[in-house]
Design a protein. Sequence first.
Length: 429
Amino acid sequence: MSFKKHLKTFFSYSSSERKSLIVLLIILLSLFLYPVFTPDPIDVWNQSPEKQKRIDSLLVLLENKSTLKREVLQTQKLFFFDPNFTDSLDLAFLGFTKFQIRNLIRYRNKGGVIRRGDDLMKIYGMTEELYMRLKPYVRIKREEKPKSATQRVKPVLFDPNTVRYEDLLSLGLTRIKSQNILNYRKKSGVFKQKNDLLNVPGIDSIDYTRLEKFIQINPILKQEYKLFPFDPNTVSKSGWDSLGVHSYIAERINKYLAKGGCFKSPIDLLRIYGFDSLKLEELLPFIRIKTKMKPQIVKLDLNRADTNQLITLPGIGLYFAKKIIDYRSKLGGFYNINQLADIYGLRKSRVDSLSFFLVVDLEIQRSININKATVEELSKHPYISYREASDIIRFRKRKGVILDLEILLKKKILRESAYKRVKPYLILE
């Protein structure tokens, strides 16, 4: 009894579950009966002989093309070739497709080398059939190994000051070492002794020992020069040549001077890249540097200078010159050069640099009588706001004549910072 109750409970469904089950059964039944009641598809190709003929002719054409290609390949005359050098036309005659030719040439252009016949299979698109057919005809030229340095050495005397690049190679030196000798000769002058060759980068004691017996420095090439008193700031290029300074060093000195450089002491010559300290020691007794007299600076009076005078100051153009004069008229004159920093655009660093060229005459300032000035006259001053001017007038009407300027600070009519700035312009008459 309990089993029947359990079975009944297991197969009992809700209303929504029964509906879903019915829909699922209908769908399954429809799918099962669809092939039974659906007619067989019509064979379009059998009902259209013309289309069938086209298909048959196309198949025959494709078969003939593949047969013709096989016959061409069989009758094609093959020849020996090196895949590292054969051009695209010869590759096409050998049966390579355009795709295969392009990939092979691209492989060679990127530095790839086919060293064995099997390497042809590295080419993307290469088929095993084509490779097996061409394998007997592949002939790759073997690279000749360069002779060792000892085999290439020719026992010929040479002067490192005049020897050519090709002659250095024939002496068994590598390309880098040969070029380093030429660079050293170009930058550092002449080889005075045999062991100067060891100063060349890359030349070691083994190279020097092997070449020492072939080195022959011509004594005629030793440069003769005449020393004389000179100023390195003014001596010409020919003067440097006469002093025994190499031409490329003289060019560097001229470029240094052209860019605004100056030699203030003999030791400054070592700033020039490549200038030898031994050469400086030799030239030291003859160096005469003329001290330039500093021009006397004529300072401008900031309260009297006009526009034409102000534009002569460093960093001051016509715009700032007009701004300075306009601000001066509003203030009634400057009492401190640092007041220029109040002008928009004039940085403190520029104002500090201008202090070497300016003075301030305090006698011509325009003062304000605080006991007689109106609100408009007070508020026109850059250091007094309209509210502060109104407070001063109200205080004056209420208390009478102002006898001490500090009363404005004590009564907090003016802020301390404003009071310190405006005090030099106020009087009590």
